[in-house]
Ligand binder design. Structure first.
Ligand SMILES: CC(C)(COP(=O)(O)OP(=O)(O)OC[C@H]1O[C@@H](n2cnc3c(N)ncnc32)[C@H](O)[C@@H]1OP(=O)(O)O)[C@@H](O)C(=O)NCCC(=O)NCCS
Length: 182
């Protein structure tokens, strides 16, 4: 296993490094592509990185060191979501697949009540969509004009998920996508 997760303390030891990571990187496919230190401080104060629903980890790679941040959301539900942000210099090397596989192992391996794990991204975030598909996740929704874009028209939001039973068996089951004939 080359990827591991280290729970970070957003109000204590990791605060400065977290603000640095979130402000020196650009996230072109997030609602807020550039964050200021004040934005991050507000998110920390709101509990976005750690409270009963949220938790955040440094993504560590055995050869490359710290390569990103993984945030889990909706942890009080049995179907959490995630937000994965790799550091700029390590993007574009296919590492997302390894990290998402490890994140899925982490969630299902440490959270016995969780039966599905979800993620959403913009339709034009091809790197993330390919990462989902390469990890065996299934597209379950395509929300037209569901993702606001500052200064431009909204784009679609696409939702993918993996079920615990598919993770256990190493398969990707599907469902009848076509709607009723009326
Ligand atoms: C999204 C993310 C996790 C993907 O991980 P990654 O390791 O950087 O993924 P890659 O850039 O290697 O892309 C995976 C595949 O998509 C392809 N791809 C990327 N952008 C593409 C584009 N615009 N058009 C076509 N293919 C594209 C890559 O070529 C690659 O395919 P290949 O292996 O066949 O060459 C990472 O880039 C990241 O953290 N981005 C910023 C934050 C973000 O958007 N997070 C997602 C929100 S959950």
């Amino acid at each position: 296993m080359t990827v591991s997760f280290h729970r970070l303390d957003p109000v204590g030891a990791d605060r400065t490094a977290l603000v640095d990571f979130m402000t020196r990187n650009v996230f072109p496919f997030h609602v807020r592509p550039r964050l200021t230190a004040q934005d991050v401080e507000e998110q920390v104060a709101d509990g976005a990185y750690r409270d009963e629903d949220n938790d955040t980890y440094w993504v560590e790679h055995t050869d490359l060191g710290r390569i990103g941040v993984l945030r889990l959301e909706d942890l009080t539900e049995s179907a959490p979501l995630f937000d994965l942000r790799l550091d700029g210099p390590v993007r574009g090397r296919g590492l997302g697949v390894e990290v998402l596989r490890a994140a899925t192992d982490h969630v299902f391996g440490t959270m016995p009540d969780v039966h599905r794990f979800e993620g959403q991204t913009r339709e034009d975030n091809i790197a993330m969509r390919k990462t989902f598909l390469r990890c065996g996740w299934l597209k379950e929704a395509h929300y037209r004009e569901g993702w606001p874009v500052e200064g431009a028209a909204p784009v679609a939001s696409v939702a993918y998920a993996v079920l615990r039973r598919d993770w256990q068996s190493g398969t990707t089951t599907t469902f009848v996508w076509e709607d009723l004939t009326v």
